[in-house]
Design a protein around this ligand. Sequence first.
Ligand SMILES: *[C@@H]1O[C@H](CO)[C@@H](O)[C@H](O)[C@H]1NC(C)=O
Length: 223
Amino acid sequence: MLRTSARRAALCLLVVVLLAAGHREPPRAAAVTLSTSSRWVVDPAGRRVKLACVNWPSHLEPVVTEGLGRQPVGAIAGMVVSLGFNCVRLTYPIALATNASLSSLTVRQSLLAHGLAETAGGVEVNNPGFLDLTLMDSLKAVVNALGEKDVLVILDNHVSKPGWCCGNDDGNGFFGDRDFDTDVWVDGLGNMATIFADVPNVVGMSLRNELRGPRQNPEDWYT
Ligand SMILES: *[C@@H]1O[C@H](CO)[C@@H](O)[C@H](O)[C@H]1NC(C)=O
């Protein structure tokens, strides 16, 4: 479908823009309060800050930031910097912010519940301090590790129910879909904003990834 190809083209363009941004090696932005001046994002000194963000997923079934079983978190954060990025788009599912029985699971419990004993073993080797953190504290620790390398973070609500994104009929695609309760979504966004309000390297939130599915109404949006 044209719409699908257009979306693919847009995604490719985004990747190209991100890669181009990476190759220009944007200056590392210190963890500071940003504001806007006319059309620019600026730091407290009024200097323009360009965000070059790479995606890092934490929205899959175990709600554990991907890769923690492979490399120490500081090494991954360092790699983000060495690749020329100054920002991470860190994904999460709304359930992390609204379902206490999920957010209070430990990394170990969640990985084992999903049959990921090998990954739990990898976390024990590479990030032993994470294994018995709750899922919410684990996300905070990832944000802090990025902050230690002056990497900015945009918290990205990717889905409501933890899991791979995105299918057209996965129940997470559009307002009111099976797993996309809009009241719960707003609560979740508010909770995340509150939890991370005082974390200086969190500079923004993206409200929802990729609206989609049979109930979407692009004609109404003139897209
Ligand atoms: C909350 O999370 C728990 C643990 O993952 C899960 O079993 C339960 O179904 C979730 N509740 C809701 C309302 O999604």
